[in-house]
Design a protein around this ligand. Sequence first.
Ligand code: FES
Length: 89
Amino acid sequence: QITTIEATTDGSDKVGAIVHAAWVKHDVAQCGYCQSGQIMSATAFLKALPRGRQPTTVEIDAAMAGNICRCGTYARIRTAVADAARALA
Ligand code: FES
């Protein structure tokens, strides 16, 4: 099964919608080139995380390690992932 970024806005992926909202709230995107992959990786990470457990910065960095952002939005990505985890708790 393949899920694309559209699932975070069409109501078919509730966790993805929360992650997407955190991205907007924290103004994560700069050029936007990497952001679909970043959001989908964050969504998969938070779905696998036990509900109610707040991830550490090390865990967030490890989960997002496969995604390169040439604009260097990593600090905002960490903040958005942590905020989405709190919203899901
Ligand atoms: S926002 Fe530009 S590459 Fe990530």
